[in-house]
Write a protein that binds this ligand. Structure first.
Ligand code: RB5
Length: 143
């Protein structure tokens, strides 16, 4: 199950991502927002982050204008590793190395076609499971 969240700037791109997920039969839960009325990205980052913390969803996709604010907000949550990616190399690498559980993107930064390819790469890449990466990920949770 994939958790989706966005602010008003990410609403249109989220709909395209939903179309892609529908076409692949991938289940998702939409945590809003549901239109282009101005909204606050931390609300949606936290809703998606909580769904992952509670294991209601395995991964999340967050979209705001730049992807920056919404990824900063998500990364303040324990156990959340949100990767801001605007290219497929990074989307693949962050799954392999960081076991990122959220993909963040900026709807004002990239086009729909590229964004959907990044989603596909992120969702189709498994964590490498390498010990050195596990150790580093564990270090992220240390104060
Ligand atoms: C909203 O105008 C914009 O600030 C937001 O979508 C995001 O880009 C923040 O990082």
């Amino acid at each position: 199950m994939i958790a989706l969240g966005n602010d008003h700037t990410g609403y249109e791109l989220k709909k395209e991502i939903m179309n892609y997920l529908d076409s692949k039969g991938i289940e998702y839960k939409d945590f809003g927002c549901g239109d282009v009325t101005t909204s606050n990205y931390p609300d949606y980052a936290k809703a998606v982050g909580r769904a992952i913390q509670r294991k209601e969803c395995e991964k999340g996709i967050l979209v705001c204008g730049t992807g920056i604010g919404i990824s900063i907000a998500a990364n303040k949550m324990r156990g959340i590793r949100a990767a801001l990616c605007h290219d497929c190399f990074s989307a693949e690498a962050t799954r392999l190395h960081n076991d990122a559980n959220i993909l963040a993107m900026g709807a004002r930064v990239i086009g729909v076609g590229h964004a959907v390819k990044i989603v596909e790469t992120f969702l189709n890449t498994k964590f490498s499971g390498d010990e050195r990466h596990i150790n580093r990920i564990n270090m992220l949770e240390e104060d």
